[in-house]
Ligand binder design. Structure first.
Ligand code: PHB
Length: 365
């Protein structure tokens, strides 16, 4: 019999340079409640403060440039006004004892000309149109036809990420998470289904991973690698109807192995299809975790028992919960007590004001 204590979902740990009070992460959640200038107001401050008992909050995906925007009312991190608004959020979370990292986002082809500067077409590794829907000021619409990025534009994009990382530091975050998931720009480069380039940024997996790795390195120069995480979702096709890579195990295996060499804070993996129930998957995520070699945050339909088991078995270092955090600001306390969870209605998810955003009660209420 072993006297080793199994790791506990509710016990403190550290992830990279970030000390956390428990192993529960609030996953990034688009809530579409910023201004069209990407600036957050006081509602977002309340929203994040209410959820500060999470061991770690990953903010909603945040545009690194106007070109990176794919949906109306999503926040930005490319002007001083953005950083000042986020500073209110980070102060509130820290005052409440929480930790918070900002998710750096560029949607690539999953956008609409009406959201772009001067009505320009969205950019992508290759000129292949996304499916699905995007949200504009005039309602939802199909994504616009993108144009393929010129190779000499890539350094400017890396600089956009670097600038966003710098502003995130000014805003007082504990770190940043690079969004390389869900068929957005960096994932469009990684997947051979969306990247048909024939230059240094396409073709072999080494070439397809080149730009995402350049981005992570630039961001790590600003923050120190131990305050930078990366999110991947090798199996998600939900956004932009993005087809899978032809060999996700090899592609993401190579990518995370390269990231592992950088000494990052963590790898955050969506272990299946976005928004679906936890299920045995076709991909070996334990092999990805091993190839990365650092801390691992698991996501995708985990419930209390699955989360406790995944932490106890060493499958993951932390577990992130998305939708459960919408309707349960005190999710950590509810999981601790095995209390019932409130299921927020879908209509609350995107857009609007306080209703369905900051008006969900805690057990104590
Ligand atoms: C969404 O807006 O639904 C959304 C945003 C970012 C993601 C996934 C979904 O990574």
């Amino acid at each position: 019999m072993s006297d080793t204590l199994a790791a506990d979902l509710f016990a403190p740990t550290s992830i990279g340079a970030i000390d956390v009070t428990n192993r529960i992460v609030m996953a990034p959640l688009t809530r579409s409640r910023a201004g069209m200038d990407g600036v957050h107001g006081p509602l977002a401050v309340d929203y994040y403060r209410q959820r500060a008992s999470a061991g770690l909050i990953v903010t909603e995906a945040t545009n690194i440039s106007q070109q990176g925007r794919g949906y109306a009312y999503t926040p930005g991190i490319y002007t001083d006004a953005h950083a000042e608004a986020w500073r209110e959020v980070t102060d509130a979370v820290h005052e409440s004892g929480g930790k918070i990292v900002l998710q750096l986002w560029h949607v690539g082809r999953v956008s609409h000309f009406s959201l772009q500067e001067g009505g320009a077409p969205p950019v992508a590794p290759s000129a292949i149109r996304a499916g699905g829907r995007v949200y504009t000021l005039a309602g939802d619409d199909v994504p616009s036809m993108p144009r393929a990025l010129e190779a000499d534009e890539i350094p400017g994009l890396v600089e956009d990420y670097r600038n966003a990382a710098h502003l995130a530091k000014k805003a007082g975050f504990d770190g940043v998470e690079v969004h390389a998931a869900n068929g957005y720009l960096l994932d469009q480069f990684l997947r051979d289904s969306t990247n048909r380039r024939t230059d240094l940024y396409g073709g072999s997996v080494g070439n397809r991973a080149r730009f995402p790795i350049e981005v992570v390195k630039a961001v790590a120069e600003i923050w120190g690698a131990d305050r930078v995480g990366v999110r991947i979702s090798p199996l998600s096709t939900a956004i932009g109807e993005t087809p899978l890579d032809s060999d996700p195990q090899a592609t993401y295996g190579y990518f995370v192995q390269q990231l592992g060499g950088l000494g990052l804070a963590y790898l955050h993996a969506v272990e299946g299809q976005l928004r679906e129930a936890n299920a045995a998957s076709a991909l070996d995520f334990k092999a990805l975790h091993a190839a990365f070699g650092g801390a691992y945050i698991a996501n995708n339909g985990y419930d209390r028992q699955l989360a406790m088991d995944a932490i106890a078995s060493g499958h993951a270092d932390m577990i992130s919960f998305g939708r459960a955090f919408i309707g349960n600001p005190d999710l950590v306390e509810r999981l601790r007590r095995n209390a019932p969870l409130f299921e927020a209605p879908l209509t609350a998810y995107y857009g609007g004001g306080a209703e369905g955003y900051t008006d969900f009660p805690t057990l104590a209420d």
